[in-house]
Design a protein around this ligand. Structure first.
Ligand code: PLP
Length: 427
């Protein structure tokens, strides 16, 4: 039997739909972030990365890098196994304390990624609550969807950030236990959930809340606790989940909450129990990053300033950015092929790396370039970016902001209001 064709057929299908992903080979330069070297087909080329989720450049921060190197030298590279087998490293215990404190919670639990923390966290929590119903925002990240699916409970999907729809669903569920799962910053549209209002509804209808702050930790709130900290509602959210791999610049994920909930997840979650722990060096680096961002405002202020300047420069050039209240700046292209071509041109001819965002990460017809300025994208880099984008828009005859606005208005009229999704039983 020849098995190869199953795989080549699957790849061909992706190519036909223009969904085949190619990854550029990029070597980040820790001493010149966000600069990097691209190993292009023609040899190494200097480039500037404009789409990193190392939002504050903490991956290159001396405190973080030193903590990692010193701890690796002292404790070795790995963790030595699962926590069941090898016990808790001192560094992971310190990290969990730091994270619980960051979110004002009784306890924290670290996983090997944000993805795992959502997938195994949500599924374990809902399995531990008999007859629990999950109510999940329609734009939740795949890791949350996976957590809901693995949890195997009845689920309802509410329209994105739509409080009326959420309340309608809460009313129909009645007295059963329920978990509302949502994010603070949605990473592809760069918008923010009404956390306070969702907590109001949760209290009124007796629901637990699970908030993914992956794209907000480190960046919002006086100590980098996320949007819930900024909005003064951290204490009203039952479970706050985050990553150590984006603004904190390292890798790993976590949940924080009440001690009993954390202890139960620790005791029952397969994605926690049956996998090697985060190594001490990684834990120490993450702790250094979290500690630094609790005290320092300069990275957050620097990032905000450069984001504001980038948005203003894009607007002045008439480029079709989505209006966001966050550090995420999606620039709309609206076509998969054009989006890939724009990204390729930027890289090959302007030394700018912005990876194309296509279906299924975003709906078809909303393909985009997602720009994430850091405090280290200085004014000269911003000017270069906007000039390069303007050239590419001209060369590929892409739609500018005014045309995009007209087209999206007529699309909305043609589609009418979105239908109310039907509840789906069993995850
Ligand atoms: N949650 C959201 C909203 C995300 O966007 C991501 C990753 O991009 C994750 C969770 C997963 O986090 P990690 O990259 O740490 O696995």
């Amino acid at each position: 039997m020849n098995y190869d064709h199953f795989f080549t057929d699957a790849i061909d299908a992706l190519r036909k739909e223009r969904r085949y992903r190619t990854f550029a080979q990029i070597e980040r330069d820790a001493s010149h972030f966000p600069r990097a070297v691209w190993h292009s087909p023609g040899g190494p080329r200097d480039i500037v990365v404009w789409c990193s989720n190392d939002y504050l450049g903490m991956g290159s921060h001396p405190d973080v890098v030193n903590a990692m190197c010193e701890t690796a030298r002292a404790r070795g590279a790995g963790a030595g196994g699962t926590r069941n087998i090898s016990g808790n490293s001192h560094e992971i215990v310190m990290l969990e304390r730091e994270l619980a404190d960051l979110h004002g919670k009784e306890a924290g639990l670290v996983f090997t990624s944000g993805y795992i923390s959502n997938a195994t966290g949500i599924s374990t929590i809902v399995k531990l609550i008999p007859d629990c119903v999950v109510i999940s925002d329609e734009l939740n990240h795949n890791s949350m969807i996976e957590g809901v699916r693995q949890g195997g409970r009845q689920k309802f999907i509410f329209r994105h950030n739509d409080l009326e729809h959420l309340e309608e669903i809460l009313k129909t569920i009645g007295d059963r236990p329920k978990l509302i799962a949502f994010e603070s910053v949605y990473s592809m549209d760069g918008d923010i959930a009404p956390i306070k209002e969702i907590c109001d509804l949760a209290e009124r209808y007796g629901a637990m809340t699970y908030l993914d702050e992956v794209h907000a930790v480190g960046m919002y709130g006086a100590r980098g606790g996320g949007v819930a900290e900024r909005d003064g509602v951290m204490d009203r959210v039952d479970v706050i989940e985050g990553t150590l791999g984006k603004a904190f610049g390292v890798i790993g994920g976590y949940i924080t909450g009440k001690r009993a909930m954390i202890d139960a997840v620790r005791s029952y979650a397969p994605g926690f129990i049956f996998t090697t722990a985060l190594p001490p060096a990684i834990s120490a680096a993450a702790t250094a990053s979290v500690r630094h961002l609790k005290a320092s405002q300069s990275e957050r202020e620097g990032q905000r300033a450069q984001v504001t300047k980038t948005k203003a420069a894009l607007a002045a050039a008439g480029l079709p950015q989505m209006d966001t209240p966050t550090h995420i700046i999606p620039v709309m292209v609206g076509d998969a092929k054009a989006c890939k071509m724009a990204s390729d041109l930027l890289l090959a001819e302007y030394g700018i790396y912005i990876q194309p965002i296509n279906y299924p990460t975003v709906p078809r017809g909303t393909e985009r370039l997602r720009i994430t300025p850091t405090p280290f994208h200085d004014d000269a880099l911003i000017a270069h970016l906007v000039q390069a984008l303007s050239d590419v828009w001209e060369r590929l005859e892409l739609p500018y902001a005014d045309r995009m606005a007209k087209e999206s208005k007529s699309r909305r009229v043609a589609l009418g209001p979105a239908p109310i999704p039907v509840p789906v039983a069993g995850g």
